[in-house]
Design a protein around this ligand. Structure first.
Ligand code: GLP
Length: 244
């Protein structure tokens, strides 16, 4: 779906999330959300915060799982996705801290596999993700599933693509400071969500959106796997849609 601008699109996505939370609340069920980081979802989170403050939207029955985290990464570091989520969403809403799940970038490498299995298990035990939000990287990655990721991949430790590290360089004050690895939910994990919304804004994302939507399905552009799912919607602005 193409929206005139990022703001209109972000408000629409936030409304959908709010409706889901409210309908689940009525049945006394938790809402299990898969959340994304990066610049793309910032306005969605800002709108959810506004709805919490001005319209009383409650996150008491919301359980979240973030897509990914750099590795290694201290949660208190300015570049961690923990800090990003706290600053953009969690610090401003009434979510119960124990309902927040973000991959732990402080684990020793031998402990990571165990952690990843437990992350998957928790999602499954809760009945799966109701909704997964996604951005898209210029390599076509979703989460940190870089080119070469298998369609049935689960949560795991991955090596970041050079282009991805280049794109993150500004946040880290130089590419040499960007971690070489990350923990990410897999393509298979994302696929199990009952609804998937991939968002992209601006002309910078137009080439990769064209490949993701119209290109041949291939591990070279992991987002093309989304063409295989009936539960996916791409929500883009005019700029990101401009090559379609
Ligand atoms: C990062 C994140 C992705 C995100 C992508 C795009 O690499 N791991 O989840 O979708 O970047 O980021 P942005 O939204 O800033 O363009």
């Amino acid at each position: 779906t193409v929206y005139p601008d990022q703001q209109t699109a972000s408000v629409t996505v936030a409304k959908r999330i709010a409706e889901l939370i409210i309908s689940k609340q009525k049945n006394n069920e938790p809402t299990v959300l898969g959340l994304a980081t990066g610049v793309t979802p910032i306005k969605v989170y800002a709108e959810l915060v506004r709805m919490h403050r001005q319209e009383g939207l409650s996150f008491k029955n919301v359980i979240t799982f973030n897509l990914d985290e750099y590795y290694p990464m201290l949660p208190t570091s300015a570049q961690s996705y923990v800090t990003f989520m706290n600053e953009n969403l969690f610090n401003h809403i009434d979510i119960d801290k124990k309902n927040i799940h973000i991959a732990d970038g402080t684990l020793s490498q031998p402990d990571v596999a165990q952690f990843c299995l437990a992350y998957e298990r928790k999602i499954t035990e809760l009945g799966g993700l109701d909704l997964q939000l996604l951005g898209i990287g210029r390599t076509g990655h979703i989460g940190f599933n870089e080119p070469g990721s298998a369609p049935n991949s689960g949560t795991r430790l991955v090596t970041l693509d050079d282009l991805t590290r280049g794109d993150a360089a500004r946040d880290f004050g130089g590419k040499e400071n960007v971690p070489t690895k990350a923990i990410t939910m897999g393509i298979g994990t994302i696929f199990k969500a009952r609804e998937i919304i991939l968002m992209a804004w601006n002309e910078k994302k137009a080439p990769i959106i064209k490949k993701a939507v119209e290109g041949e399905i291939s591990g070279e552009v992991p987002a093309t796997y989304l063409q295989l799912s009936d539960n996916v919607e791409f929500i883009v602005d005019q700029g990101a849609a401009s090559a379609l």
